[in-house]
Write a protein of this length. Sequence first.
Length: 321
Amino acid sequence: MFGGTRVVASLGEVPVVDEPLTRPTTCAQYWERQGQFHDEESFAAARAYQPRADDVFVVTPSKSGTTWTQQIVHQLRTGGSMDFDNINDVVPWLEMALLLGVHVDDPQVADPRAFKTHSPLDQVPTGGRYVVVLRDPQDALLSLHRFFDGSFIEAGAIDLETFTSGIFVPKSDLNGHVAAVWPRRNDPDVLLLCYEDMKDDLPSAVRRIATFIGIELDDELLDVVVRQSSIGFMKQHEEKFEDSLLFEAFRGPMRLPPVAQLSKVRTGRVGESHEHVTDAIRRDLDELWRAGAGATTRLPSYAALRAAITNNPRSAERTRP
């Protein structure tokens, strides 16, 4: 469709320009298109939100276990309900909620209320509880490239190395997240986790999250949540975890063709990126770390950060049943 209007949630009528819909084939084209998307009303509503003390915020950099953690939280608070069309309907994206027709002050299907956000902790409304998940930037890079390829950029047009320097590094929110959470890692309203530790021991992660958000957890509920938060289970129900509705909101301003489905559930394999990362990519990511997260934490690498988080006795004691 090259003319007329399209209705997308709270955007109402979005004009469609009279030119063929295409996906960017270069990084410069991506940034030009991305700059056409604005929704200040939805972001303003997010900034103005006043949390309740028991509200739960899933706070993550992009492609760092966001959907997975949303599922864990929702399964815990509902006793394992899968009665939803899309996870973002029941655990809405705070900054995009109004855009998608969700009012953040509305009651949710269960308590505690829960939201996701990719904003760093210091930009999230204060007063709730915050589950912050970080992930190895190499794996986050590979995941983001796969997510963009064929949706926000033309399939096969931008290789991983070019994507790293031209899109991932400029777009990366890891440094902002680390800078915001590191001084607060021992605060009682913050639970800081690493994606890799959640993969290594999902039952322990579920126990920690349950204790932190105030859910009484018995063996039966633990089994349900672990089973229904597994990659295999989520892939069987991947239509509940895809992002086509949000993509549709971006599609008009960015002049993109449609996609049939935008799945966010893949293998989730830790370290898979090592099979794809070149020396040039490592240099770019090392420089990104040194300039931001490394300077904040005085730690030389993400691996060192993970070790510091995993071995933090104060964090473990706070969430121990």
